[in-house]
Design a protein around this ligand. Structure first.
Ligand code: C5P
Length: 320
């Protein structure tokens, strides 16, 4: 019997790039947030050997360059399972869009494999496999609001935030993540001294701490309005921006225009997600998000209204 699983997207609520490390990666600080938009994956293990990926989307690779292929190979080994893995990917998320689609697909593949085989890997083994395949995979082992450090693969669950309505716009602009990091290194902002980097990263930690404190004590910094709106206003005030905007916007000015358009349509906070090309806006109500998405679509932009997904909802809705 095949297993069907939802593979949700993420956005980055702020992202700070730190120094270039000896292993070639960059130290990062980010807050990931899962959203309701998702792909659907159907997985089965049949007689035979190997891994077969089927999809109607020609942009999705079906060979070992697909993160699902790589994790399925490792997962079968770790689970000491035999057979041919047949994976069908029904794609709704944009490919290479800064929404972590490929990473999320890979984690969904691992979870579905575990269910099919009837064995669960130990949490640290799951984390090890996920982190080996990519920096953006481990967050999908937690879901909800997640702090990401290290190269993004060291993840810690943050308290669930009230769901927020959002609009995601993914223009057909190919932004390469390795290239964006390389551009960062050459940019004036990427040439900080070690102590300036350290100040910058601890500044991010302090900002997130202050932002979260409002929720854990039940006293948001912003007075009045509902909790979700308070979060929005606190976020804007906290100013946790995405460093990638500094290098990606000058190269793709249309993405800066999308951010401005979201702000004009009433977003309380708008930002590039990861290295893009998705730009998202957070809205104070579902009606406001839907109206903004409709107006942006009418202006020719590929806008979708969605909602952030708490950890609880993430796990409640993952199996289809
Ligand atoms: O880990 P992942 O496969 O997503 O990374 C893709 C590429 O992005 C890496 O090979 C590296 O060039 C760059 N990267 C980085 N620092 C990070 C994450 C990714 O330089 N923290």
């Amino acid at each position: 019997m095949p297993v069907t699983i939802r593979s949700f997207a993420k956005i980055n609520l702020g992202l700070k790039i730190g120094p270039h490390r000896e292993d070639g990666f960059h130290e990062l600080r980010t807050v990931y947030q899962t959203v309701a938009l998702h792909d659907v994956l159907r997985l089965q293990v049949t007689r035979g050997t190997g891994i077969e990926i089927r999809t109607r989307d020609p942009r999705v690779p079906t060979d070992e360059s697909n993160t699902c292929y790589r994790i399925a190979e490792r997962g079968m080994k770790a689970l000491k399972a035999r057979g041919r893995v047949v994976l069908h990917i029904e794609k709704s998320l944009p490919v290479q869009g800064g929404l972590g689609g490929a990473s999320s697909n890979a984690v969904a593949t691992l979870l579905a494999l575990e269910r099919l085989v009837g064995t669960q890997l130990a949490p640290e083994e799951r984390l090890r496999l996920a982190a080996e395949v990519g920096s953006d995979l481990p967050l999908f082992l937690l879901g909800g609001t997640v702090l990401g450090t290290g190269r993004g693969e060291e993840v810690y669950p943050l308290p669930d935030q009230p769901p927020l309505d959002c609009v995601l716009v993914t223009p057909e602009v190919g932004v390469s993540t390795p290239r964006a990091f390389a551009d960062w290194d050459c940019s004036p902002s990427g040439k900080l001294t070690a102590s300036r980097y350290s100040d910058k990263l601890s500044g991010f930690s302090r900002t997130v701490f202050a932002w979260l404190s409002g929720f854990s004590t039940g006293v948001p910094t912003h007075k009045g309005g509902n909790r979700a709106e308070a979060l929005l206003l606190d976020l804007v005030r906290a100013g946790i921006e995405n460093d990638f905007e500094d290098v990606v916007f000058p190269q793709h000015p249309e993405l800066r225009h999308v951010k401005r358009a979201l702000e004009r349509e009433g977003a309380r906070y708008a930002s590039l997600s990861g290295s893009g090309s998705t730009v998202y806006g957070l809205f104070e109500s579902r009606a406001a998000a839907r109206k903004a998405a409709a107006r942006l679509q009418a202006a020719g932009l590929p806008a979708l209204a969605s909602r952030t997904l708490t950890r609880r909802e993430y796990w409640r809705r993952i199996w289809k």
